[in-house]
Write a new protein. Sequence first.
Length: 183
Amino acid sequence: MAYNIIVIAGSVRKAGFSLKIANALAKLAPSSLKLEVITPAGISFFNQDLEGAPPADWLAFRDKLQKADGVIFVTPEYNRSIPGALKNAIDVASRPYGKSSLNGKPVGIISNSPGPLGGVSAAKHLQTILPGISGPIMQQPETYLNAIGDAFDAEGNLVKESLKPVLQAYIDAFAVHVAKHHG
Ligand code: FNR
């Protein structure tokens, strides 16, 4: 049976490159992985006042993560960090204190940008945020995708040939990472 992997595309915009990368990963995944792509859209703003009676969207998001065997973050960079919507989703997932929905889950990080630096600062921020609330983070291959603007056609198909082996190598390595760390 395939491992159930949630891929969180960190932007909420419909035409996001992060979403397109996540969908491309799903097409390239080996048969040992089943990828479901989601975004942080629709996750209510975190508020400790609501922790006693959490909104249904928090519970559904946490449940989805709890049932997953691994999680991949595909993040853009907003002002040298991750988008607020993604940080909010992670804050929701991390609670209640000590019961993070990501606890023990093998995780992966891919950053991207139309610019030259590949969103590396956002990826590094995730490397800071996740260790206390997730399982082992895959360290290699480091994957910061720059110049992403011409990678997809209007239908969202990956047309940048040089990117295909990069994404293939990433998802193949993640399959090994999940098999190694899955409880
Ligand atoms: C950006 N963008 C951006 N790019 C980058 O390489 N470094 C950065 O710090 C920022 N900062 C930033 C802030 C805000 C508020 C926006 C809206 C955008 C550009 C960003 O990479 C670009 O809009 C991507 O297309 C966003 O990712 P998605 O939505 O395509 O996945």
